[in-house]
Design a protein around this ligand. Structure first.
Ligand code: HEC
Ligand code: HEC
Ligand code: HEC
Ligand code: HEC
Ligand code: HEC
Length: 441
């Protein structure tokens, strides 16, 4: 358990752990680039500083950080978010690991939380200085060349931790909730109104939660960057960062055309964040074409077929992470309905790394605008054969293998059960992208 656990941690080692507070009285940023960068740096401190007591004039529903409370007035966003993966970011696979980490290696657990449950109120422990007062923790930089094992002694380090009295277990279970993106010091932050204006519709005191501070930073790809892109010094394999979505986007044509992450993942400001787990989303971004060199084959002839997958609408590599795999599968079925011996051929598209993340085995991901062709050649030895070609998306391929390997080694029964459940759930999320049966002889 220990070894595998630590290496997955190394995926995210570039995330900074820093603590600091910023005053609610700060001026709202103007809508220029520099101010937006400053806004984002302040907005995405990790962990997000404690919200403190709500203003005295707030009703209990206005003072609540629970997504259900926001949902009373913001129904549409709540319903979308509830079905999204952001609301499930503290699922069994994550909790199965953090529940032991928070005791054995709190620094690592807090690192996981910085993306999976970023509010201080979602974290059992907080950092304190040796002397006992909360302190600012130095940004952590890890040279990309050092092997993942270098982290093993970095676990506790110079930091000590204390119980967080503001911790809420129910809020932790909600994962990346509304407040994680929108609330700082009980003040709401959001994008400009749809007409571009940033003013509240009435004096702040007359509006629920005192209205909102609006900034165009919410409409930019950089808003998503902190959790979906490693820093340059982060963990890399074969010269490529393990998480590089923002850079892939930035180098492609979508960034030049001004198509942000939000334009594809939050169309009409919807809060669904559909991605590789969503069949419709993948179909929008990828085309699949099957071609055979002939319509009909005589016995003794060679069948030549190919499948071409084209990235026609994914804003980054398809897929962007090491976790999903796309399986292209071929087989021949005889007239009796049975599979012909040795006719099966399978090829995996994606970036395959070993479970300990020390080696990249292959990288066949498809960059924006590019395509990849996979060929199948077989001698036809009888009549009545059908070619079956399929493309299956396995969104959680890496994690399925990882959980299958780690579950038996978990110390506690509860952690083991959660990891086994995570592997099962992962397998159930695979779906076909394309299936075609062609009579060939
Ligand atoms: C009692 C009802 C109510 C509750 C509860 C509530 N809001 Fe609001 N919220 C509003 C109203 C009304 C506005 C529009 C204010 C205006 O017109 O300027 C608003 C505005 C916003 C905005 C600015 C964008 C926009 O639509 O104008 C954001 C972001 C926001 N709320 C987030 C939240 C979050 C997050 C929560 C929960 C932590 C929450 N709200 C709880 C009523 C509510
Ligand atoms: C991952 C971060 C994230 C989370 C979680 C999140 N939002 Fe948002 N929200 C955004 C972004 C980004 C925008 C602006 C999108 C755009 O401009 O395309 C936005 C826009 C909004 C708006 C303005 C909508 C409009 O039509 O103008 C409201 C209101 C809002 N969010 C409420 C919520 C509520 C309520 C929740 C929880 C149920 C929530 N958000 C969860 C990031 C988030
Ligand atoms: C605070 C960290 C954080 C921020 C900010 C954030 N995300 Fe995420 N996002 C996550 C985590 C963690 C997951 C994985 C959830 C899980 O499956 O456990 C995720 C999952 C996703 C997925 C689903 C991927 C899939 O596998 O299907 C998409 C799409 C996505 N995020 C897009 C965005 C976009 C667009 C933004 C900016 C508007 C954004 N995220 C902002 C942390 C974040
Ligand atoms: C830099 C942000 C970041 C950090 C830090 C981070 N993750 Fe994630 N995590 C993500 C994103 C984004 C995804 C979704 C994409 C993917 O599947 O790779 C994800 C997916 C996962 C998943 C699979 C989805 C699920 O809900 O089962 C697990 C498990 C996971 N992370 C565990 C961890 C653990 C444990 C840690 C700490 C050791 C950690 N993560 C740290 C961003 C992060
Ligand atoms: C032009 C549309 C488009 C843009 C722009 C875009 N995406 Fe995607 N994204 C997709 C599609 C389509 C998928 C589903 C196919 C896939 O998984 O690659 C996807 C998948 C994902 C996933 C699922 C994980 C995976 O391995 O594929 C994440 C996370 C994600 N996008 C985040 C982002 C972030 C962050 C940005 C901005 C830096 C962004 N996307 C920009 C269209 C887009």
């Amino acid at each position: 358990m220990q070894r595998l656990l630590l290496v997955i941690v190394s995926m995210s080692a570039s995330v900074a752990l820093s603590i600091g507070a910023w005053a609610m009285s700060d001026q709202p940023p103007a809508a220029d680039d520099h101010a937006q960068i400053e806004f984002l740096a302040r907005h995405w401190q990790t962990p997000i500083p404690p919200q403190g007591k709500p203003p005295a004039h707030f009703s209990s529903i206005e003072g609540s950080l629970d997504p259900e409370s926001c949902g009373v007035c913001h129904r549409a966003q709540y319903e979308d978010w509830s079905g999204s993966l952001h609301s499930k970011s503290m699922g069994s696979g994550v909790v199965g690991q953090t529940m032991e980490l928070i005791h054995d290696n709190p620094k690592m657990a807090l690192l996981c939380y910085s993306c999976h449950a970023p509010l201080t109120e979602q974290q059992e422990k907080v950092v304190k200085k040796k002397g006992g007062t909360p302190s600012r923790v130095k940004k952590r930089h890890r040279p990309s060349a050092s092997p993942p094992d270098a982290l093993e002694d970095g676990g506790g380090g110079e930091l000590t931790f204390k119980t967080n009295h503001a911790f809420s277990a129910s809020l932790q279970a909600k994962g990346l909730s509304c407040a994680g993106c929108h609330v700082r010091g009980h003040q709401r932050f959001g994008p400009p109104k749809r007409d571009g204006s940033i003013e509240n519709s009435a004096p702040a005191m007359q509006l629920p939660h005192g209205g909102a501070i609006r900034t165009a930073a919410f409409e930019q790809a950089e808003f998503c960057k902190g959790c979906h892109q490693f820093e340059p010094s982060g963990y890399a394999l074969n010269g490529k960062l393990l998480e590089n979505t923002y850079n892939e986007w930035k180098e492609g044509s979508y960034a030049r055309e001004g198509k942000s992450c939000q334009s594809c993942h939050m169309p009409e400001r919807r809060h669904q964040w559909r991605g590789v787990h969503d069949p419709e989303m993948v179909k929008q971004g990828v085309s699949v074409r099957l071609a055979l060199d002939k319509e009909h084959y005589r016995v003794g002839e060679q069948l030549r077929a190919e499948i071409t997958l084209a990235n026609i609408g994914v804003g980054h590599n398809f897929p962007t992470y090491v976790t999903p795999k796309i399986v292209v599968r071929w087989e021949l079925i005889g007239g009796d309905g049975k599979r012909v011996n040795e006719s099966v051929q399978e090829e995996r598209i994606g970036r395959e790394v070993t479970l300990d993340l020390t080696q990249e085995l292959f990288d066949t991901r498809i960059a924006p605008g590019k395509s990849r062709t996979i060929r199948y050649v077989r001698a036809i030895d009888r009549t009545g054969l059908t070619l079956r070609a399929s493309v299956v998306v396995v969104p959680d391929d890496f994690y399925i293998q990882f959980f299958e390997a780690t579950a038996p080694k978990a110390k506690g029964k509860e952690a083991r059960a959660l990891l086994e459940q995570a592997a099962r759930e992962g397998r159930a999320r695979s779906f076909p992208l394309f299936t075609e049966n062609v009579v060939v002889s």
